[in-house]
Design a protein around this ligand. Sequence first.
Ligand SMILES: [Zn+2]
Ligand SMILES: [Zn+2]
Length: 379
Amino acid sequence: MQSIKGGRQPMQARAAVMSERHGRWTIDTLEVAEPGPQEVLVRVVASGICQTDVHARDGFFPIPCPAVSGHEGAGVVEQVGSAVTTLTPGDHVLMANPSCGACAECRAGYETYCSNASRLKQSGYRADGTSLSFRRGTEPISGSFFPQSSCASSTLATARKTIRVPDEGPLDILAAFPCGVNTGASAVLNVLKPQPGDSYVAFGTGTVGCAGLLAAKLAGGDPIIAVDVFDERLALARSLGATHTVNATDPQLVDAVRRLAGGRGARGCLEAAGVPAALRAAVEVLAPRGTACLVGSAGAGVEVSLEMRTLPQGRSVRGCIQGESDVQTFLPRLIALYRAGTLPIERLVRHYPHAAINDAVADMLAGTPLKAVLQIGTA
Ligand SMILES: [Zn+2]
Ligand SMILES: [Zn+2]
């Protein structure tokens, strides 16, 4: 790996470093490179943690170790690259998932399906493919995860996926938005598009499922039925706007949901659990012409079976990444809803000190809280 180059005294950052696969994160001091022409240096205030960071630790996203992960960064721009015209130092920002902007999918307006996304998310290198964001002494450290590595007190991000947000923030709540909240809310508002009075079912009520549920409520969905295996999550879902809840272990799950959805079934379902039985049930509870949308992630080789007679009545089964959202316009729209009090994302968030990242991940894997957010700095 090529080492960091640059003329100035190296910027230092405190970062959660993942030294080895399946290991623990340790907080260490790293040197941060200068921003390239299209990059910004961001002083990170907070970072959400999600399953993807665990996938990085465990090799599902094979960023080489040692590495800094984190892909829901919120902070303040410190320095901008020579070609950056959209941001200035002092801007409060969120850092979102990458895309190249040049491939066929990007040109067609579907940047969440960018052909170059995998390399940009997980190679460990910056967009030029050879240089790094961090080093520890002489040791190269992989960064540029999604491509921001936001579990560091200062980091580099690409300007085109760094989104200016209101100075009022608060950044330690907005850190939940770039991945989890965006995925659930966008899958509902941009893909399923429920109309007032449409029946909606949330399979899985973690951050993504609850964000989708809140979006369905905003769109006028009714009834809104939440399905999960955890009763405490179902209680939260009801308090967020679910009109009905059903425990996923109910042997009559499909019949119960169809009955609650008015007998003909649901117009839209969001499968945010990543569980084959949940996707099968999401298809079986659909009304004619209804759509089941998969956003839950599953590992390679996981299969689902469907009864073929469930599909001919115009039912659709599809998936999406990040709700196909254009984050430069959609995240500000969500933030406006949050600030107006109609998207109470703060109810999903629990804060942890930066150094407690291992506790945050352990709690997240145990199902509480819905969204762990590390407090890394101050605005
Ligand atoms: Zn692309
Ligand atoms: Zn994520």
